[in-house]
Design a protein around this ligand. Sequence first.
Ligand SMILES: Cc1cc2nc3c(=O)[nH]c(=O)nc-3n(C[C@H](O)[C@H](O)[C@H](O)COP(=O)(O)O)c2cc1C
Length: 348
Amino acid sequence: MPTLFDLLGLSAPILQAPMAGVQNHRLAAAVCNAGGLGSLPAAMLSASDLQTQLQALRQATDKPYNVNFFCHAPPTPDADREAAWRQQLLPHYQALGLNPSDIPSGPGRVPFNHETAEVLASFRPAVVSFHFGLPSFELVARVKSWGSLIFSSATTVDEALWLQDHGADAVIAQGLEAGGHRGMFLTSDVSTQMGSLALLPQIVQAVRVPVIAAGGIASAAGIQAAKALGAAAVQIGTAYLCSDEASTSALHRAALQSPAARHTASTNVFTGRPARGIVNRAMQALGPISPLAPAFPLATAAMAPLRAAAEAQGSSDFTPLWAGQNTAHIQARPAADITRDFAAAWRD
Ligand SMILES: Cc1cc2nc3c(=O)[nH]c(=O)nc-3n(C[C@H](O)[C@H](O)[C@H](O)COP(=O)(O)O)c2cc1C
C-alpha cells in the first residue's frame, strides 16, 4: 500500500528539517528538487516576508514542500522576572559597552495565526508542520481545507497520542539528540525527554499515523536504524547546517566544524525554552538552564544586543549555535548531493 510519502512523489521519505534562522527557500528548493521534502521555516518571518519566501520557493521548484510554524501560547510578560534576568545580564552588557536602558523588550517569535494562514492559503503547501503542539481547532481546519497534510513534533508518547487525536496526519518523534528547540508542549519537565532509540519505537507502537524519526540522524546507518525501528520517514536538520544552500553564518559554520561541536547542551538562555546548541560562553555563564530566563520567546529580546555586539567583534560567545548531538557527519557540500545520498540509504 502506498504511504503518505509515496503519495507526495518523493524519491525517498527524506525530510529536511525546518531550521529557523539558518535557512530560507534556497535550501528547501534544493532538497525538493533532489527528491526529498524541503522545508521553509516561517517561525521568524513576518507575513510579508513569508509571502516573498513562498513566491521564491514556488519559482525554484514545482515539487511538494513543507512550511513550518511555531504555535506556542504567547506568555504574559512578568516584569519582576524580566528585571531579574536583565540584572543577571548586566555585567555582560557592561563588558560589551551596551547601555542596559537601550535594550528593547518584546516577543522574538509570533505563533501561527490567521494573518499567516491568509498568506499560506494562496500557496496551499503539500505539508504544513508545527512545533510546540498544534494551533487552534479553527486554524487546523483551515489548513486542512486546502488539502495540506499536517505534521507536528512529539517529544513523548503522550504528545504523540495528543497530536494524533487533534488532527496530525503524521507525528515527528523528536529525540533528545535533536538540534534547536525541543518541541515539548504537554510538559516542561525535561526529565520526560528521551533519546531517539527509546522514543521512536514507543511512539510507533502507540499511534496509528505514520511516524517521522528526528534527532541525531545524519548518516546512512542512522537512516537504516530509524527505518528498522518503524519510522515511515526521517527528518534531518544538523547534517544540512553546512550545506552550500544553508544561510548558516560564518561564525556558526566555524563552530560546527570545530571540536567544540562535540559538546552540545539543551539551554533556555537564548529564548526561554530548552533548545540544543553548541556550548558557548553564554550557556556556561548563564545556564545552560536558568530559572531567571523569561518565558519563551521573551528571553530573546535581552540577549539579542549581546549577540550583535559580540558578533561585531567576531565572537560567537552570545550566539545561539543551534546543533544536534550528531555533528560528526556534517557535510559542506550541495544539499542535493546530501539528499540523494540519504535517499539511497533509505532505499538500500
Ligand atoms: C539550527 C536549527 C534550527 C531549528 N529550527 C526549527 C524550526 O524552526 N522549526 C522546527 O520545527 N524545528 C526546528 N529545529 C528542529 C528540527 O526540526 C529537528 O527536530 C532536528 O533538527 C532533528 O535533529 P538533528 O538536528 O539531530 O537532525 C531546528 C534545528 C536546528 C538544528
